[in-house]
Design a protein around this ligand. Sequence first.
Ligand code: IPD
Ligand code: CA
Ligand code: CA
Length: 265
Amino acid sequence: MHPMLNIAIGAARSAGNVIVRNLERVDRLTIGTKQRNDFVTEVDRLAEHEIIRVIHRAYPDHAILAEESGAQGDNEYEWVIDPLDGTTNFLHGFPQFAVSIALRHRGRLDQAVVYDPLRQELFTASRGSGATLNDRRIRVSRANGLTGSLLGTGFPFRQQQHLDAYLEMFRVLFPDAAGIRRAGAAALDLAYVAAGRLDGFWEIGLCPWDIAAGALLVLEAGGMVSDFDGGSDYLESGNVVCAGPRLHAAMVTAIGPHRGEALRR
Ligand code: IPD
Ligand code: CA
Ligand code: CA
């Protein structure tokens, strides 16, 4: 195993412990609001602190881009961290949240971990070496089109100016899909696509820490990840569509025309 992936796993497990330990006292947590419908708790901050501590103990010079504390350092290695993806779920005791940690090297995704601390499911990927769930190799599903597919999505609940564009996308995908799920933790949605539990996924306006680790998982599991016009700057735009190659092409064809000007940040 790549030594940096090993560090990422240790950091994710340690943050997962912080999260699970605090789950029974969610009703007593101090909750802040960053913007409309965007909550942060001391657990997000504690978990992030723990991840950065573990990474910097091993690699003191590496740069960090973390959801709660922002960007620090300048180095060809950069860790992209979402300490608790699915905070709203966590606050409601809805059991779908995860720790997401990715490493970029010279701008390229290199290592990834998404860890679900409740189910103790550890998704990992190393560039060029495939993706695993609890040490077993995972692959995207073989869905070859929209018909009968199970899709994941996220609603634009913070950027409601995207609601019309989103609903148009929903409208074109809905009739053929077997189902559409909105589970509330984008990093896990991407990991589920990598594991073939979801055939495909799309969401508008995510942040790099929601996407980075999950994107490498999907790519290393044989899938495609792009923005809505099929391009590769999804980490910058935050607009993501991913699936196995055939379904991915079908999804881009279906939703691309509805992306609108507003989505091109
Ligand atoms: C959120 C979750 C959610 C997605 C949001 C994200 P957070 O992350 O991934 O599924 O719809 O856009 O911001 O705020 O819980 O880390
Ligand atoms: Ca997130
Ligand atoms: Ca978060």
